[in-house]
Design a protein around this ligand. Structure first.
Ligand code: ADP
Length: 323
């Protein structure tokens, strides 16, 4: 649905995007990640036709954004990091305005009403945008991207500045939209990527450093995993049984917080997920698993492992650069 081939863009002698190629398949939600200054915004602006590349090709559903920009742009809905809202307009005035701007041909009233219902802003349709909360404004931003029912949606940092409840709502909305649209989601929040994206492209200094399924990428950079399991059962027997499980590297007791359960730290061998075999083994013995937690990897860890081949100063720059 989106094909990017050898796209390059320089500002003066600075290569912002340096030969990027990747594809986003129909119905896929792609996470687009990279430290600050990696070239994400430049790439998104080139994909959406706001900026022209020095060389390379961007095709949206087979249409070249350079040779047939009107057709290609009709297939794209874009939510920039700062949505282009007019604060003095009501929500419906603004959506009607965008409808005209896009030259949308779908039945106006019905189309706008459907969008407002999907993003849940119908009840604030007559409110001035300046009086809306940040979460609602973001929904209006998503609504304008949906006008014309584009096949492709591009979201740049859609949850930045929102409170935790709003973040979850917007993520769920993006997931739901992913059923009908192909989506590129640029974000620096790892749980967001894990929760929403099928695949991740990571860029650094204008070049791709990873392009993999979300699970594979997380597993690859994670290597061995550590889990903390809280189990009710006889300590020595439980420990022996866990150590005997295939894929377990080490297991140790780390605490006995209440009277009947014991916490164990379990380290698995590289890329082995032992959660299911652990659960079934404990169940077969009649021992209760009352808690299981993984040690979370941060986005910084992932960047450091992917990009951290350049040592010393460069590592520090990358770590600092993560927004
Ligand atoms: P990101 O969105 O990943 O933070 P950008 O695409 O904004 O990265 O920027 C990539 C690189 O290009 C950065 O080094 C940035 O300083 C540079 N850059 C971006 N826009 C301009 C511009 N208009 N003029 C000069 N340099 C720019």
């Amino acid at each position: 649905m989106i094909e990017i081939t050898d796209v390059r863009k320089s500002y003066g002698n600075k290569h912002a995007v340096n030969g990027l190629s990747f594809e986003v398949k129909e119905g896929e939600i792609l996470g687009f990640l990279g430290p600050n200054g990696a070239g994400k915004s430049t790439t998104l602006n080139i994909i959406t036709g706001y900026l022209s590349a020095d060389s390379g090709v961007v095709k949206i559903d087979g249409t070249d954004i350079l040779t047939d920009p009107i057709k290609a742009k009709k297939d794209i809905g874009f939510l920039p990091e700062i949505p282009p809202l007019y604060l003095e307009m009501t929500v419906l005035e603004y959506l009607n305005f965008v409808y005209d701007l896009k030259g949308c041909k779908l039945p106006r009233k019905q189309h706008l009403k459907e969008i407002c219902e999907v993003v849940k802003i119908w009840d604030v349709g007559n409110r001035l945008i300046k009086n809306l909360s940040k979460g609602y404004r973001q929904r209006v931003g998503i609504a304008q991207a949906l006008i014309g029912n584009p096949k492709v949606l591009i979201f740049d940092e859609p949850t930045i500045g929102l409170d935790p409840r709003q973040i979850i709502e917007i993520r769920n909305l993006i997931k739901m939209l992913g059923r009908e649209h192909t989506i590129i989601l640029s974000t620096h929040i790892l749980p967001e990527v894990q929760a929403v994206c099928d695949r991740i492209v990571v860029i650094n200094k204008g070049e791709i450093v990873a392009n993999e399924k979300t699970e594979d990428l997380i597993n690859a950079v994670e290597g061995s995993r550590k889990l903390v399991a809280k189990i009710v059962g006889p300590e020595d027997e439980v420990l022996k049984a866990i150590r005997g499980l295939g894929g377990v590297k080490t297991a140790d007791v780390i605490g006995k917080r209440d009277t009947d359960s014991i916490s164990y730290m379990i380290e698995s061998q590289d890329r082995v997920d032992i959660r299911k075999p652990l659960f079934y083994m404990l169940a077969s013995k009649g021992w209760a698993l009352i808690g299981l937690e993984g040690m979370e990897l941060s986005l910084e860890d992932i960047f450091m492992r992917l990009v951290g081949k350049e040592k010393g100063k460069e590592d520090k720059k990358v770590k600092k650069g993560v927004k």
